[in-house]
Every structure is written in C-alpha cells, then in structure tokens.
Design a protein around this ligand. Structure first.
Ligand code: HEM
Length: 169
C-alpha cells in the first residue's frame, strides 16, 4: 500500500471518527435537552432551551452527520469494505439516520407548537439512538465473520428491472 493511499485512509478515518463523536454525542444529548421543554418552565427559559436545542441540531449535529457519512463513503472504496459485517452496519446506520430525522422532527415540533410543549419520553428517544450506535460499534470494532449468514437471492443477483424513467444516453 502506497504512502499516499494509507495517508488518505488515515485522513478520512480521522474525519469519520471526529464527526461521529459529534453526531452520536449530539443524538444522545438532544433527547435530554428536549426533555427540558417542560410546561413548568417560564416562557423566557423555554425560549432559551428551544434556541439551544435548535442550534445544537442545525449547526453541530446535522453537519457532523453529513461529514461522517461522506468520509465513511470514501472509506468504503479506500478500504474495500465489501463484506457482510459492513452491510449489517449499514442497516444500523439507516436506523441511526431515522433516529436523527425523528429527533429533528421533535425539535421542529417544539418550535412550531410551543403551547403543546410535548416531546416523546427521553428514554424512548435515547434508546432509538443508543441501540443503533452500540450495534454499529459492535460490528465495526468486532468485524464479526457473518459469511455464514445466507442472504435471499434477490439481494445477491441483478433483478434486471427498468428504472421508472428514461435515462439520458
Ligand atoms: C453512511 C454511514 C457510514 C459509512 C458509509 C461508514 C463506513 C466506514 C468504513 C468503510 C470504515 C472503514 C472500515 C475498515 O477499517 O475496515 C469505517 C470505520 C469506522 N466507522 Fe463507519 N461508516 C458510517 C457510519 C458510522 C457510524 C454511525 C459509526 C458509529 C456509531 C461508525 C463507526 C466507525 C468506526 C468506530 C470506525 C473505525 C473502525 C476501525 O478502524 O477498526 N461509522 N466506517
């Protein structure tokens, strides 16, 4: 492996992990911040908490998620990660992205419907982020041999389907 090649892997992996720390950390902190949107607090405090939640989501957590996914996508090709544990990881990454979107939905709800001031219980939102994070770390750090797992045929061979629109030649 050339120096340039291994240097690129180090660079993208560092960016991947640095961004992940912010992404995953943010997804664990946001449910706790959302739980402070309590009807009992004063309107002033409510405004402050809502702003902090919105800023954390929009300025820190979402950009970190984008950087983590872009760097991770480069790593797929640099490390040639075309192995079953990696496909399993992507399933949990999809679950993490869904948790991210759900938390974003709650951040918007508390801004648009301040009178209701209702969010899902923090432990449920936390679990929605925690389960994929722990599963991903288990897969990526353990790299278990999942070659014994048989996948259905439709996942292993081209389906020869047509796109529902014309592709320019
Ligand atoms: C679309 C999203 C993602 C993609 C495409 C992706 C892709 C990758 C790839 C290809 C590697 C290199 C694997 C290897 O060294 O063989 C990697 C490393 C890593 N990924 Fe991801 N990843 C994504 C999201 C995540 C998430 C959400 C987490 C954590 C919750 C995570 C944690 C890690 C860690 C800890 C490593 C370093 C593993 C090591 O060096 O042994 N990744 N990722």
């Amino acid at each position: 492996m050339s120096d340039l090649y291994s240097g690129l892997i180090t660079l993208f992996k560092s960016a991947h992990i640095a961004a992940l720390l912010l992404w995953c950390g943010g997804l664990l902190v946001l449910p706790l911040m959302l739980s402070r949107h309590d009807p009992a607090v004063t309107p002033e405090d409510y405004k402050r908490i809502r702003r902090a939640t919105h800023t954390t989501y929009a300025i820190v957590v979402t950009p970190a998620a984008i950087i983590a996914v872009v760097a991770g996508t480069w790593l797929i090709f640099l490390t040639e990660a075309f192995v079953p544990w990696f496909y399993a990881k992507l399933v949990f990454v999809a679950a993490l992205a869904a948790a991210h979107a759900w938390i974003g939905h709650q951040v918007v709800q508390v801004a648009e419907k301040p009178d209701e001031r209702k969010t899902a219980p923090a432990f449920i939102t936390l679990a929605a982020a925690m389960v994929p994070i722990v599963s991903i770390l288990f897969l990526v750090l353990g790299k278990p041999d999942l070659s014994g797992v048989t996948l259905p045929d439709w996942l292993l061979s081209p389906r020869n389907g047509q796109l529902p629109f014309d592709v320019p030649k």
